[in-house]
Design a protein around this ligand. Structure first.
Ligand code: SIN
Length: 534
């Protein structure tokens, strides 16, 4: 299991006690995005709601590209997943006896359950405690997965760096729970680790990727100079916060605050362009002090840490990359196109979100798909490889290359934001592809990384501190390069607008394009109709 966000932890927990699970996670400096999830998890639990209404809202948001079976699975099983969490002890907020629900964009009912404004954190901490009790789960922290081990059409393990050692781990099944790619963009609500390592590994191993062009931009990220683009949850607008101009006048007629995220983000970007401003403003005061302090203490605290006082002034906001709908194509058991390789959570394209995700469906998806994975018939591990004695690694990449990588990461993030941000355009995407090719050939990473890539299974290499640091930079740069290239290619290929993908040169959806985009190493990009496409 690679990744220790909600998808990885819940999958490890749901697997039968007979399964021997090795849970790999990076160090604490790169937290899983799940920890930052604010809004909550969507489930139709109220009397005025039903899985049918939840299904309709999810399909409408997905703009014709959801897999109806996957959506059905999500909306039917989400209430049971909530029961499981309550049994495990999750302290979901309540009004008296009733679970409290809030409203987010494109939901026809209040169905977002929450733990104040830190639902993700509360969930991760609970699941971590549960995992500690499980004797069949061994947790290897400080471990970075580098590439998948493929034999024939089968994934049989993974190459990892665990502190100073580099080696291969054999496994009957490898589960990617590595999260999304929001940090490929310069403006994002995601942590720095969200650069799509799982997607890049799956692509390199030849697994099928689907719908990589579909990125969701969240309308309200904080835009305070020098501070990260901190998410200001949509639940704030669900509870009455208003978007306003610098002079405090409302931006929209009442009700538009909860337009679908893609529409609202575009309206905001156009308004910002018209005013030649880098931000608009979100006024939290209509929510009222009592509710703000009760339901959104973390947001208030972080604003105050930045010397912003939301009870006295509107907050500077702008759209930022938030969630990746595309990813490694999976079926309803989380199987990818490569035997032995599974994917759960944001790294996967399970068919639940289509071209645009309904807010707060992602935590619910992690919980439901973890159970689906656990019900799959996972292969047993093959024979353990013989480990060769440890060898020091003979590899000296230059400091200059490391610095070039760091500059390239910055350039790639700007490129993604400018060419594949909220509004895209075929011409600019093609220019960006040229720049991307140029960056890649200047770096020549394949040459620099060859000694690591070609490490023989069974051997263990020992890295000194400088090698560990340089390997980190180079590998991350390579994965970002792969993913940015895939994103630009898919966005240039889909010559229409749909869901999170908006092209101002083709601003409407086209009937032909009610199909998925498929990318697989060694093959030309193509489109495919039908939910299977896997
Ligand atoms: C939010 O709290 O606005 C984000 C929730 C989500 O993206 O599902």
């Amino acid at each position: 299991m690679i990744g220790s966000g909600v998808a990885g932890l819940m999958s490890a927990l749901e697997l039968p006690a007979s399964a021997r699970v090795l849970l790999l996670s990076r160090d604490t400096a790169t937290p899983a995005a799940s920890r930052w999830a604010q809004g909550g998890l969507a489930a139709a639990i109220n009397r005025d709601d039903s899985p049918e209404l939840h299904r309709r809202d999810t399909l409408a948001a997905g703009a014709g590209l959801c897999d109806p079976e996957a959506v059905e699975c999500l909306v039917r099983q989400a209430p049971a997943a909530v029961d499981t969490l309550l049994q495990l002890g999750l302290g979901l907020d309540r009004h008296g006896e009733q679970l409290s629900t809030t409203l987010e964009a494109a939901h026809s009912r209040r169905r977002v359950l929450h733990v104040r404004d830190q639902t993700g954190l509360a969930l991760v901490e609970l699941l971590e405690r549960c995992i500690e009790q499980r004797s069949n789960v061994q947790w290897l922290r400080g471990t970075v997965a580098l590439q998948l081990w493929r034999e024939g059409n089968r994934c049989c393990g993974v190459q990892v760096r665990c502190h100073e050692r580099l080696g291969w781990l054999r496994a009957g099944a490898v589960v990617l729970a590595t999260g999304g790619c929001g940090h490929l963009f310069s403006n994002t609500t995601n942590p720095s680790g969200a650069h799509g390592d799982g997607v890049a590994m799956a692509w390199e191993a030849g697994a099928m990727l689907r719908d990589m062009e579909f990125v969701q931009f969240h309308p309200t990220a904080l835009m305070q100079p020098g501070a990260p683009h901190f998410l200001l949850s949509e639940a704030l607008r669900g509870e009455g916060a208003r978007l306003v101009h610098a002079d405090g006048k409302p931006l929209f007629a009442s009700g538009s605050e909860l337009l679908p995220r893609d529409q609202l983000s575009r309206c905001m970007v156009r308004e910002m362009r018209r005013q030649q401003q880098a931000q608009l403003w979100l006024d939290l005061r209509p929510i009222g002090q009592t509710k703000l302090e009760r339901q959104f203490p973390m947001i208030l605290g972080r604003c105050r840490d930045l010397q912003l006082e939301p009870l006295q002034q509107p907050l500077p906001v702008a759209p930022a990359a938030h969630y990746w709908m595309g990813g490694v194509a999976t079926d309803l058991q989380a199987c990818t196109s490569l035997q032995g390789l599974y994917a759960v959570g944001e790294v996967a394209s399970s068919g639940v979100h289509g071209a645009n995700r309904l807010a707060s469906n992602s935590l619910s998806e992690c919980l439901v798909m973890a159970r689906q994975l656990a019900a799959a018939d996972l292969p047993a591990p093959g024979p353990a490889g013989r480990l060769e004695p440890e060898q020091p690694l003979a590899w000296e990449p230059s400091e200059a290359l490391q610095q070039r990588c760091s500059r390239s990461i910055h350039a790639l993030r700007q490129l993604s934001w400018q060419a594949a941000g909220v509004e895209r355009n075929g011409h600019e995407l093609r220019l960006a592809q040229q720049q991307w090719r140029q960056l890649g050939s200047e770096l020549n990473l394949p040459g620099a990384l060859a000694p690591l890539e070609q490490q023989a299974p069974g051997s263990v290499l020992v890295l000194n501190q400088q090698q560990q640091r340089q390997l980190g930079w180079l590998w991350e740069c390579r994965q970002r390069l792969i993913n940015t290239g895939l994103l630009l290619e898919a966005a240039a290929f889909r010559a229409e607008s749909r869901g999170g993908h908006y092209r101002n040169d083709v601003p409407t959806p086209l009937p032909y394009w009610q199909r998925h985009t498929i990318q697989q190493r060694g093959e030309a990009i193509r489109s495919s109709s039908g939910p299977g496409s896997h």
